[in-house]
Design a protein around this ligand. Sequence first.
Ligand code: F6R
Length: 241
Amino acid sequence: MDVIIADDYACMSRTAADIFAAHIADKPTCVLGLATGSTPVGLYGELVCDCSEGKISFKNVSTFNLDEYRGLSPSHEQSYRYFMQKNLFDLVDIDPANTHVPDGLCTDAQAACNNYEKLIAQAGGIDIQLLGLGNNGHIGFNEPADSFEKHTHRVQLTDSTIQANSRLFRSADEVPREAFTMGVGTIMSARKIVLVANGEGKADIVARTILGPVTPQTPASILQFHPNTTVILDKEAAAKL
Ligand code: F6R
């Protein structure tokens, strides 16, 4: 696991964007695994600039997002599909048909999860996966548990995640209780992983992820076993390393 400590959020975002831009430039047909949340907003902004300046093109890039709330439509302002449209897809030259986010409204959850895995396999697997880090150590919506879930699945969100994400809703009551997420196995199958985290609120969980025991109670700790992971932090998030 490589760890890069950037001076600040802007520098963390640019450093991560450089890794993604280099992948896209090297392999214009590459398959990106993408995350939502506050942390990657700056990184997406940098990639949008790179694209508008003609440094990279998403024309032949495919994307698979980590997760989606169960029950939210793509047009719901807090859905992850909506987030991706506003922060990246609508702002670059990507073919909408090549963008994939789990369907929050699917009726047959198991079939939809199996199909998501199949689509990733058909695309040739994920070349580079972006991850944020939940305050409780979740990656995607793989919450602390007694074992690691391998494949894309339906998950119950923990109270801590509902509380953390309620900042984006009018109240905690409005946060969906369930989601669909790639499994830990899906994530670990990516050829490269980039995890970004910023702010002092992430310092404890960053230290547990990187230095603590590998345990499903800290899902991100499994990344210690991935052969090609880069963690990019700002100084505040790195404070307890
Ligand atoms: C979202 C996702 C989550 C977030 C995590 C951190 O697609 O996969 O695991 O990365 O909850 O969220 P922020 O960046 O808002 O702190």
